[in-house]
Design a protein around this ligand. Structure first.
Ligand code: ZN
Length: 158
């Protein structure tokens, strides 16, 4: 072959293509987790009505403060939390605790993105299995262990 010339293909704008693929993937992840996010949105709007603050942080709607803390205090001890995640919605009792729990809750967001609405029964099933085995249904829950392992904070959250 004369000169070893190899016909170069014109690149199909790889930066744009990659960005487009990433955006499409992100959109699918939000759609997949949307049923759980809808549940969170109901709680978020109720919290907002009591004076909680809302902010978009790291791709999630974070809600904290207002009367969330006093409402959580009325729950049975085993159901109390500092922060809880539903899809792409994180609800916390106050801003300080939200900041402390953010990394842990973001792991739960990734779990919702993986499992979608099936996260609810899987989470409850994991807690039930741990309870039957005589273990802590919260600390020994598969998803909680993963969230504590993959985040840097060890604060109490759900
Ligand atoms: Zn958790």
């Amino acid at each position: 072959m004369l000169g070893g010339y190899k016909r170069a293909r014109r690149p199909a704008s790889p930066a744009f293509s990659t960005s487009c693929q990433e955006n499409c993937l992100r959109a699918l992840l939000y759609l997949w987790a949307a049923p759980a996010s809808a549940v969170g949105l109901v709680f978020a709007l109720a919290a907002r009505a009591t004076g909680a603050q809302m902010a978009l942080v790291q791709g999630t709607l974070e809600v904290a403060g207002g009367r969330v803390g006093p409402a959580v205090d009325r729950l049975p001890r085993c159901l109390q939390f500092h922060a809880i995640t539903f899809g792409h919605v994180i609800i916390a009792t106050d801003e300080r605790l939200l900041a402390a729990c953010r990394a842990h809750e973001q792991v739960h967001v990734r779990q919702y993105e993986r499992w979608g609405v099936f996260f609810f029964p899987l989470y409850l099933g994991s807690s039930l299995v741990q309870l039957v085995l005589g273990r802590d249904p919260y600390r020994d829950n598969h998803f909680e262990r993963q969230a504590y392992r993959d985040s840097e904070d060890g604060s109490r959250s759900r």
